[in-house]
Design a protein around this ligand. Sequence first.
Ligand code: PMP
Length: 428
Amino acid sequence: MTNDLLGRHRAVLPDWLALYYEEPIEITHGEGRHVWDSEGNKYLDFFGGILTTMTAHALPEVTKAVSEQAGRIIHSSTLYLNRPMVELAERIAQLSGIPDARVFFTTSGTEANDTALLLATTYRRSNTILAMRNSYHGRSFSSVGITGNRGWSPTSLSPLQTLYVHGGVRTRGPYAALSDADFIAACVDDLRDLLGHTRPPAALIAEPIQGVGGFTSPPDGLYAAFREVLQEHGVLWIADEVQTGWGRTGEHFWGWQAHGRSGPPDIMTFAKGIGNGMSIGGVVARSEIMNCLDANSISTFGGTQITMAAGLANLTYLLEHDLQGNARRVGGMLIERIRSAAAQVPHVREVRGRGLMIGIELTRPGTDEADWQAASAVLEAARAGGLLIGKGGGHNTSALRVAPPLSLNVAEAEEGAEILESALRSIQ
Ligand code: PMP
């Protein structure tokens, strides 16, 4: 049955849709932190948390809110007053830390970043954008154009002029040996150099921790240092919180908060798991930036009643159950478990992360060379052991990504760590 589906998938869908596993799986249902495939196999899901299911699979509170709203009304998001949209916007504006914040809802992270670019370029009247090397911001014409990760950025004639900045990644190459302070200084020099040779860009867009890029670990304070330089040049800062938001990093509710004195970004984007599976994306910005457009705009499905009902139920759940604190506690324990397992495995170059966002970088033992075959082998072995994890990193996807739903408990963390340990050992 699955094979037949695979043949049909390959015949009708684009070749460039990435599918995991030599024998891809069809997920049919889930509960809590577990999912099942069409052959009845059960998996602990250590990746769905960052994809769609931030909180838990089939969370009853969200299911109830969605089905009640579906039975009531789903209509235009914006042409008529929309109570759930106003309520969710109020809560996000307050949580964002951005003064005088306005919120616009979209259906995806791509569309959220597109909107952020539209706002920044209009506000600053410049179509030059600074983006980070190794970044990922989406798959539309403009968000592909600012995506620095070449594995996800097909050659296209971007409508924007993009300049790429160092700082997102420091695992390998000349930057790897630098101390945090020297790394930040080198990246700031690079940024100053770029700014000295161009008309002022509209904005710098950056993921506080790169997601698709492999859950990288820029030193705390990097974006604060960037911010000072950007402000001297009148350049806005857009924080792409699509993967780092809502408490995933444990210590902070937003990824940018790890950069302390940088203060809130001018524009922030979010998406993915806030709807716990329903398609919500959005942009938060100070009102003078949000209101710089001089024409009407609507989004038919961005902010529709059903997605907003899901978002409200999900956000309420995650705040009431302190899932940020859970990410800090359980994530802290999980990373230590993975670190001690990885110490025995020569392929592991680095185990990094915060909260429930953990990256494992694999290189050929004793070299600096990215080992994507080892990463694929671990992914397959983990699946065989009943654990779903993700891949990421630069072009060669040599990092493993661990991002379970935020409600992960200690027993599940232990179980997942054990499966991961034997998957890592299997590649030696
Ligand atoms: N920004 C980041 C940081 C992302 O990780 C992603 C998705 N991987 C996007 C934007 C795009 O989001 P979407 O797939 O919802 O369009």
